[in-house]
Design a protein around this ligand. Structure first.
Ligand code: FES
Ligand code: FES
Length: 160
């Protein structure tokens, strides 16, 4: 069926680099990031906007990329988990997740870290409730959330 649908060029900036992809209008941003751009950090969990494992930043908004048609991303600036580290140096949040045991199977981790990154960009010293609220759209089946919240607190402390 797709063979009869037109494809479109979509230009966007991903992790600071301009990219143009050719995609069907309703193709999901998640699939384009993973399959065309090789950015496999964003994960598909539910595929229905419920789990947050596919989270990316689109123009500084936290977005479930499984719900976003790529055509809507035309002209936007996207940040994925791959955009956080500086070369081999992990971002403070990534290091804190490692140090605090905030990642186990890792499926939720990129989305969790991006949700925390989004929070710390707006609020560098969040309180525990603000941390829990900011991560409320991201589900984790492994950690019980305590270590994740500790990791965000620790990252905020290290960054200050
Ligand atoms: S895979 Fe997108 S919200 Fe679950
Ligand atoms: S670490 Fe496994 S789902 Fe969160």
């Amino acid at each position: 069926m797709k063979a009869h649908q037109p494809q479109h060029d979509v230009s966007l900036t991903v992790n600071g680099e301009p990219k143009t992809v050719r995609a069907y209008a309703m193709e999901r941003l998640l699939d384009v990031l993973r399959n065309q751009l090789g950015l496999t950090g964003a994960k598909e969990g539910c595929g229905e906007g419920e789990c947050g494992s596919c989270s990316v930043l689109v123009d500084d908004n936290l977005v479930n990329s499984c719900l976003m048609p790529v055509l809507q991303a035309q002209g936007t600036k996207i940040v994925t988990i791959e955009g956080l580290a500086q070369g081999s140096k992990l971002h403070t949040l990534q290091q804190a997740f490692l140090d605090c045991g905030g990642a186990q199977c890792g499926i939720c981790t990129p989305g969790m870290i991006l949700a925390a990154y989004h929070l710390l960009n707006r609020k560098p010293k969040p309180n525990p409730e603000e941390i829990r609220e900011s991560l409320a759209g991201n589900l984790c089946r492994c950690t019980g959330y305590t270590q994740i919240c500790e990791a965000v607190t620790e990252a905020a402390k290290r960054a200050s």
